[in-house]
Design a protein around this ligand. Structure first.
Ligand code: NDP
Length: 242
């Protein structure tokens, strides 16, 4: 619309800025009530803020994603980006506002940070590897020469990336995202409502079902090459497990 991509605009500017603004409002409200911001609230808002900055820093990588390239801009994206993401996915912060005395032992905080950072880095490298491959499939390496770039040829010059993180599972970026979406809600603990894990439940349900849709789509597009890739890389999302 008017020369801009609505999906990219809504996914980033509306949805992610919305999530961070609502999350920061919860943190401000907690500060007003308690006179300080609790560690779980700090972690939750920090995770989403870094996630948002990452999106804007690497925004061009999202042009080749399923959301932007193939998802139609309809009800799911408009309602999801304006209502679902900013409010439902922020329920961890909502429950923490009045529960400002809730704190977690240091080992739990350390574990949450490790899971979040590992998931974030894994997804970031996987997305960057696919993006680099799409821009120039002829390059032999990626990430300062540490990751080999290789592909399986399909009809009409199409190519399936089959090396590096994309040889561990057929959607390594989803694996990173499953881990960091879990860590995003863990600061809320398990003592609050199940809805405190709203963001985790949403992302797990979305990505596990999306995997099947995307796999079917790639199977139709890349045909024999995708079959060969699936044979070489049998794990769907979680390397050596699923
Ligand atoms: P992807 O970025 O994984 O894009 C999938 C597309 O990439 C496929 O349709 C195919 O497109 C291409 N592709 C996949 N595998 C290969 C391969 N081996 N070789 C060549 N091309 C391949 O999907 P998403 O848009 O779902 O995810 C993008 C990122 O956003 C992920 O990190 C995801 O976790 C995250 N995400 C976050 C959400 C949130 O709300 N926080 C929601 C959804 C996603 P083509 O046919 O063009 O080659």
């Amino acid at each position: 619309m008017f020369g801009s991509d609505c999906t990219l605009f809504f996914d980033g500017r509306v949805s992610l800025i919305g999530v961070v603004m609502v999350g920061l409002s919860y943190a401000c409200k907690q500060y007003e009530l308690a006179g300080y911001i609790s560690t779980p609230m700090l972690l939750f808002t920090a995770f989403f803020s870094i996630y948002m900055f990452d999106f804007f820093w690497f925004e061009d990588h999202f042009i080749t994603t399923f959301d932007v390239a193939y998802e139609k801009f309809g009800w799911m994206l408009t309602w999801g980006d304006t209502v679902w993401m900013p409010f439902f996915c922020n329920l961890t912060g909502y429950f923490l506002v009045e529960d400002y005395r809730y704190e977690q032992p240091k080992w739990q905080i350390a574990l949450i940070v490790i899971i979040w950072v590992s998931g974030y880095i894994f997804a970031r490298i996987a997305n960057a590897q696919k993006d680099a491959f799409k821009r120039d499939p002829s390059k032999k390496t990626f990430f300062y020469g540490l990751i080999k770039q290789d592909y399986i040829s399909a009809d009409e010059g199409k190519k399936v990336l089959s090396s590096g993180l994309w040889s561990l599972s057929r959607h390594p970026n989803y694996f990173g995202e499953l881990a960091n979406s879990l860590a995003m809600c863990l600061p809320g603990g398990i003592t609050h409502s199940i809805f405190s894990f709203g963001y985790t439940i949403f992302i797990w349900a979305l990505l596990i079902t999306r995997f099947e849709r995307d796999d079917r789509k790639c199977n139709n597009k890349y045909k024999q090459a995708w079959k060969e890739y699936s044979r070489r890389t049998p794990y769907k999302i979680v390397p050596y497990l699923y």
